[in-house]
Design a protein around this ligand. Structure first.
Ligand code: GCU
Length: 612
């Protein structure tokens, strides 16, 4: 950092006002809140082109002594004649980045970039009386800070869940500006941590908007079908800022039913609604109802389907009937254009391919996906496994890391709890089995059950082997309702035919889902079934896997790895991978590989799993 040639005391004096201010600036802004169904609320979109400044040393926020600055880039300052110190940034002259989108796919120079980037845009706004305004951020990977008109409104950690920051007091009538800093630097104590097998797409990756709410408003609600009383809708509505006694109304106009209740001390109003003639949501008939929620001046119009999901012994019961989950795993990688998936079209393409494959189930890996994806799954009748990004080897003995994972779970479940499509909350993927880890994830599972007792809790476990026997006995299985397991016979171990002689020992009387199996193939590369990376080799893995999996008595579902090739920093094999994990059944450009048709036939003929 270049400084004017002043003596030390003079130099310190020059910086004093800034440093002093730094301590005041650091005062934390209010924590963001969770809004259930925020995407159903009318909003002023802030999507579009935002000015951007790449700031690898985070000079826009931290001083040369790494103290938070008072005059950071968040002031969006313009140099003034006679200034005593230079203003060394100018958003009005800066290149733009599209929002929502990751920055890596927008500029070659940012393809590998991991670090802070500043975003800025102007907007006009007319504050209204008796109205609270929230900045809704669909997702910002990984850490993010937000200022409106130079006032800090919130900061957030976690790249795949939405959050909402109150901006009421920061807004002006007329011209306003917003500045955000987003940093996708990986740290060991992050969730996920340093290593992932997906691209660390950074930025404002999902939509950003302004939502207006009355002084007391519905922030979270849970409306679902009772597991015990048929045609009984139950749940609760929490009203932020409401006095006890405030009336809450829940109505299902199509059924001509409504119920009233009152807000209690804890801000919640219970919901109990008899709904004679209610048609249940299922994968064959994904019936959605408009549900209107009212509290004071606040109204939300939701689209909800009503179904029950539970286990009975080793069975998974959808609406009381045993079901087999014919699925596929999916990353939020945009088909064709690549980068973070976040549009209705991305969802329609990816889930359309899953339907074409004959699926009734998708594992959305390894982090919460966009609401557009979940709304599409609701409409298309695709059952969903949704996952918290507790992936591989986190710092499981670090209570701060547990708090971060819990916060992400709060946001995932709080935001998406009314999607009929979601039947499973997954707590983790392929974590090493040791005591601190098991306690960590068991605590998360207990927390998820508290937040949502209406769904099933699972995780993708690793399996161990003794000779030709695969053994599922990970102690974490005790904390789960449904056990997911990943295995790569024929790819990372043995040959595809190794599956023919593999037996399975399962130490749990619970439903099992094989949450990953498969192998890589370059679309269009052909050869014999023993030639790795050919479509024939990949198909041969599936040919041997399906009969083996059918021999596991309590197998109740599968989500092979995976639907579409996706970018990964761990896949440099030139001419084959070129930065992509090639285990997709479809290439990133839509080419269906042989294994796609093999699995499609098995799903359509229902030769895998017990017939429904
Ligand atoms: C793991 C992991 C995936 C990864 C896959 C692979 O099982 O869960 O995230 O992409 O293996 O190696 O292809």
């Amino acid at each position: 950092m270049k400084q004017p040639s002043l003596s030390l005391p003079a130099r310190a004096a020059a910086f004093l006002p800034f440093v002093l201010a730094a301590c005041c600036v650091a005062s934390p802004a209010p924590a963001p809140i969770i809004l259930t169904g925020a995407d159903m609320r009318p909003a002023t979109s802030l999507d579009g082109q935002w000015a951007s400044i790449v700031d690898p040393y985070f000079n826009g926020l931290f001083s040369f002594h790494h103290e938070e600055k008072a005059n950071g880039f968040f002031l969006n300052r313009k140099a003034q004649p006679g200034d005593h110190s230079p203003t060394e940034y100018d958003f009005s002259k800066a290149p733009t980045l599209k929002v929502p989108a990751d920055w890596n796919s927008q500029r070659d120079s940012l393809f590998y970039y991991e670090g802070p980037i500043w975003y800025q845009r102007d907007f006009t706004y007319q504050p209204k009386p008796h109205t609270r305004t929230y900045l809704h951020v669909g997702a910002a990977n990984y850490r993010s800070w937000f200022w409106v008109n130079g006032q800090k409104v919130c900061d957030h950690e976690g790249g795949f869940t939405s959050f909402n920051c109150e901006v009421t007091s920061a807004l002006h009538s007329g011209a306003n500006f917003i500045v955000a800093a987003v940093d996708n630097t990986r740290h060991e104590d992050n969730v996920p941590t340093l290593q992932t097998d997906w691209w660390n797409y950074g930025g404002l990756t999902r939509s950003v908007s302004l939502i207006e709410l009355p002084e007391a408003f519905i922030d979270q609600y849970d409306i679902h079908l009772s597991r015990t009383a048929p045609e009984q809708v139950e749940g609760w509505v929490h009203v932020e800022g409401a006095q006890p006694g405030v009336k809450v109304e829940v109505e299902i106009p199509e059924l001509g039913v409504r119920t009233f209740s009152t807000v209690q001390q804890d801000g919640r109003a219970g919901v109990l609604l008899a709904a004679p003639g209610l048609e249940r949501w299922s994968s064959d008939s994904p019936k959605l109802y408009k549900v209107t929620l009212r509290a004071g001046y606040d109204v939300i119009e939701e689209k909800i389907g009503f179904r029950t999901i539970e286990t009975r012994g080793t069975e998974i019961l959808l609406n009381g009937k045993p079901i087999f989950l014919r699925g596929i795993a999916i990353h939020a990688e945009a088909p064709y254009r690549l980068g973070r998936a976040n549009t209705d079209q991305d969802a329609a393409t990816l889930l359309g391919w899953a339907k074409e494959l004959g699926c009734n189930f998708v594992r959305l890996a390894h982090y919460p996906h966009d609401e557009t994806m979940l709304r599409a799954a609701d409409r298309m009748g695709l059952l969903v496994w949704s996952e918290n990004p507790v992936y591989w080897a986190l710092q499981f003995d670090n209570p701060k890391v547990l708090a971060k994972a819990r916060q992400q779970l709060d946001e995932e479940i709080g935001t998406s709890r009314n999607h009929p499509a979601i039947i499973l909350w997954s707590m983790a993927n392929e974590t090493p089995s040791y005591e601190a880890r098991t306690q960590f994830i068991a605590a998360l599972a207990a927390h998820a059950r508290e937040l949502d007792p209406t769904r099933l809790i699972t995780a993708a476990l690793l399996v161990r082997a003794e000779g030709n026997t695969k053994i599922i006995d990970d102690p974490l299985g005790k904390a789960l309702d449904v056990i997911g397991f990943n295995e790569y016979i024929g790819w990372y171990e043995q040959t595809p035919a190794g599956a023919d002689t593999t037996t399975w020992r399962v130490d749990y009387q619970k439903p099992l889902i094989v949450s990953e199996f498969g192998g890589g193939a370059k679309a269009g590369l052909h050869g014999s079934p023993t030639d790795r990376w050919t479509e024939e080799y990949q198909a041969d893995i599936y040919r041997h896997q399906l009969p083996m999996l059918n021999r596991i008595p309590q197998l109740r579902g599968m989500s092979p790895w995976l639907l579409m090739d996706f970018r990964s920093p761990n896949r440099p094999l030139v001419g084959i991978q070129d930065g992509f994990n090639r285990k997709g059944l479809i290439s990133d450009q839509g080419q269906r590989k042989q294994a796609f048709f093999l699995l499609q036939k098995a799903y359509q003929d229902k030769t895998v799993g017990k017939p429904d």
